[in-house]
Design a protein around this ligand. Structure first.
Ligand code: NI
Length: 172
């Protein structure tokens, strides 16, 4: 397993529409293992393959509370099939280290995907899981949280990124 460098906002790979996975081979298993290791090391609750420079429709998620049993979930070629409600909530992103923004999204979602073995799975949830699913799936379409906020919020985020860069806290 290996820790993978995380691409920051501004990296063109984050803007690409990721390709569907067709081969459930050893390379895919290695990518998933590396993504879990990288996500847990950060730490984060979700990571999408484009964030580690791989333009494939793969996300890993684990929203289990710190110190509790891990609940790793790998979703391949995921798709949102149903949503309910609307709710504003705070979000962060490993590609925007040190930044958090309020985003309005559906409160509950149902997602179909296949798991790492290629078997169909359905994941449904609200709260942190619902928000995380939507956030990570956005990455597969080249979308980021900056695209879901108001101009005023964007101006604040750009300013914060500038400050973080000046202090050397933004990374590569
Ligand atoms: Ni993100």
């Amino acid at each position: 397993m290996a820790l993978l460098p995380i691409r920051r906002y501004g990296d063109p790979v984050l803007r690409r529409k990721a390709r569907p996975v067709e081969q459930f081979d050893a390379d895919l298993q290695r990518l998933i293992q590396d993504m879990f290791q990288t996500m847990y090391a950060e730490p984060g609750v979700g990571l999408a393959a484009p964030q580690v420079g791989v333009s494939s429709r793969v996300v890993v998620i684990d929203v289990s509370p710190a110190g509790k049993k891990k609940e790793p979930m790998a979703l391949i070629n995921p798709r949102i099939v149903r949503t309910r409600g609307r709710l504003s909530g705070e979000e962060g992103c490993l590609s925007f280290p040190g930044i958090s923004v309020k985003i309005v999204r559906p409160e509950w979602v149902s997602v179909t995907a296949v798991n790492e073995k290629g078997l169909p799975v359905t994941v449904e949830g609200d709260g942190l899981l619902g928000r995380c699913l939507q956030h990570e799936l956005d990455h597969l379409d080249g979308k980021m949280m900056i695209d879901r906020i108001t101009l005023n919020q964007k101006v604040r985020v750009w300013w914060e990124i500038r400050q973080l860069k000046k202090r050397g806290l933004w990374g590569s």
